[in-house]
Design a binder for this molecule. Structure first.
Ligand code: FAD
Ligand code: NAI
Length: 468
């Protein structure tokens, strides 16, 4: 019985942060409870984030290929969209994944306590189940892994089916005629791609002059050009100041970010994707004297909050808001609680945007190296010169390797191109071992694969690219 024992650790939140912490706790012999308010485990990522979005990206990519590319390689079909089935396939996959997490909790002897968790002073977590029944868990350590939620845009209130967040965009019952996306970040460009491929006209309104929230500038330029070629329209350097909904859609008021005359833009659905914010509502932080910072994040020092025995990981604390970052935090925090040397290198957390083609990077951008005054060398290789990409008609994009001019140590790798998300793992590994561009250049790579483009880019740093 959960109420009658003292846990080593009670984790609030069953997302990639929480469930991975629970698994690691079980592996290290700690008695753990995982508290989750949703009916299913897996958090944002499995339920309404990474996984359902990737299901729709995969299905819509195949649909578009069948529409646009198949005839050229001698396959003649006339695809017909069955959106209900597409959603069902996505929902079935998500259900299988969340059930998998339930299984992992059993396997690792973690008690799953469903309900809303609230810290009720040091060493106490009160859980309110759906019907209102309350259980108090006693514990030596509390881990906050409550994640994040979409940031609303003032003046553009959410309205079911019309002004939506990412969750709404994962469940649209029909393809919008004109989808307006506010924010050319990861969510906007991934989900914008999904609905464009399925037939929507997509306009992306972005405050900055650059897409992709923080990606390398040269990649951002190529990426935006690629998306534009696919039919997405961009309104860069533009802010949205208001929204008016009516029976047949939404009218947005836009203004140049630098000031100027206002204009309007009409669509039938507006997706607000301007970032996510930490979620700590009703968490009882005041009972242990923890105060979130001005942006709502709970600060940490090696995952410790300002309250003894209270730890924090994942989206709700600092660092990139990514599932694999939450997972790294999770392993490290449990290892620290178990007296081991848990550690995360935030410089080596990769980013991937799962568009077609994908964008992936790890380490420093050229802009960051310049700003820091680092003397670097650069090697770049286009997929247009990679034989596998050519054969597959996937020649958009390039690989860029940045290495220290003096030591040749790899400082950043940026890929825009086919399977970039899979390719970046090799760069992460090289950098984790402190590898040089010559290490990559002298490592035999299989032919014909896209990974040869990575090797050729590294050869480019050495000045001996062989195939371009
Ligand atoms: P979450 O996954 O948000 O989990 C927190 C959990 O805590 C939730 O289930 C919530 O219900 C629960 N909770 C909160 N408060 C309480 C409480 N008081 N009591 C009980 N339970 C509580 N990241 C990637 O790395 N790759 C991707 O491809 C990717 N795609 C994404 C696509 C979309 C559309 C979105 C929205 C996000 C995507 N992300 C992706 C981001 C990723 O989902 C998050 O970084 C990740 O889920 C963070 O994990 P977390 O455990 O910190 O929080
Ligand atoms: P984001 O931070 O990636 O992008 C937000 C964009 O909106 C930025 O380009 C920003 O300049 C712009 N913006 C902000 N305010 C604006 C305004 N008022 N008007 C117009 N534009 C404005 O955030 P997004 O796309 O909402 O995603 C949230 C987070 O979810 C991501 O940062 C990422 O951590 C995670 N995520 C990760 C994915 C992946 O790893 N593939 C996929 C989807 C989400």
């Amino acid at each position: 019985d959960a109420a009658s024992q003292t846990y080593d650790v009670v984790i609030i939140g069953g997302g990639p942060g929480g469930y991975n912490a629970a698994i690691r706790a079980g592996q290290l012999g700690l008695k753990a409870a995982l508290v989750e308010k949703r009916a299913t485990l897996g958090g944002t990522c499995l339920n309404v984030g990474c996984m359902p979005s990737k299901a729709l990206l995969h299905a819509s990519e195949l649909y578009e290929a069948a529409n646009v590319e198949f005839a050229g390689i001698g396959i003649e079909v006339k695809p017909k969209l069955n959106l209900t089935q597409m959603h069902k396939a996505k929902d079935d996959s998500v259900e299988a994944l969340t059930k998998g997490i339930e299984f992992l909790m059993k396997k690792n002897k973690v008690d799953v306590v469903k309900g809303f968790g609230r810290i009720a002073g040091a060493g106490k977590v009160e859980v309110e189940a759906e019907g209102g029944a309350k259980t108090t868990l006693a514990t030596k350590n509390i881990i906050i892994a409550t994640g994040s939620e979409p940031t609303p845009l003032p003046g553009v209130a959410f309205e079911d089916g019309k002004v939506i967040d990412s969750t709404g965009a994962l469940f649209l019952p029909k393809v919008p005629k004109h989808l307006i996306v506010i924010g050319a970040g990861v969510i906007g460009l991934e989900l914008g791609s999904v609905w464009r491929r399925l037939g929507a006209q997509v306009t992306v309104v972005e405050f900055l002059d650059k897409v992709g929230a923080g990606m390398d500038g040269e990649v951002a330029t190529a990426f935006q050009r690629g998306l534009t070629k696919q039919g997405m329209t961009f309104r860069m350097g533009t802010k949205v100041t208001g929204a008016q909904t009516s029976k047949d859609g939404v009218e947005l008021t836009l203004e140049p970010a630098k000031g100027g005359a206002a204009e309007t833009l009409k669509g039938d659905v507006v997706l607000v994707a301007i970032g996510r914010r930490p979620y700590t509502q009703g968490l009882g932080l005041e009972t242990v004297g923890v105060t979130p910072d001005a942006r709502g994040f709970i600060a940490n020092d090696h995952f410790k909050t300002s309250a003894p025995g209270v730890w924090v990981i994942g989206d709700v604390t600092h660092g990139p808001m990514l599932a694999h970052k939450a997972e790294e935090d999770a392993v490290a925090v449990i290892e620290l609680i178990a007296g081991k040397p848990g550690h995360v290198d935030y410089d080596l957390v990769p980013s991937v945007i799962y568009t077609g083609p994908e964008v992936a990077w790890v380490g420093k951008t050229e802009e960051a190296l310049k700003a820091a005054g680092v003397n670097y060398k650069k090697g770049k290789f286009p997929f247009a010169a990679n034989s596998r990409a050519k054969i597959n008609h996937e020649t958009d994009g390039f690989v860029k390797v940045l290495a220290d001019a003096a030591t040749d140590k790899v400082l950043g790798v940026h890929i825009y191109g086919p399977q970039a998300g899979e390719l970046i793992g090799e760069a992460c590994m090289t950098m984790a071992f402190g590898g040089s561009s010559e290490d990559i250049a002298r490592t035999c790579h299989p032919h014909p694969t896209r990974s040869e483009a990575f090797r050729q880019a590294a050869m480019g740093v050495e000045g001996w690219t062989m195939q371009a």
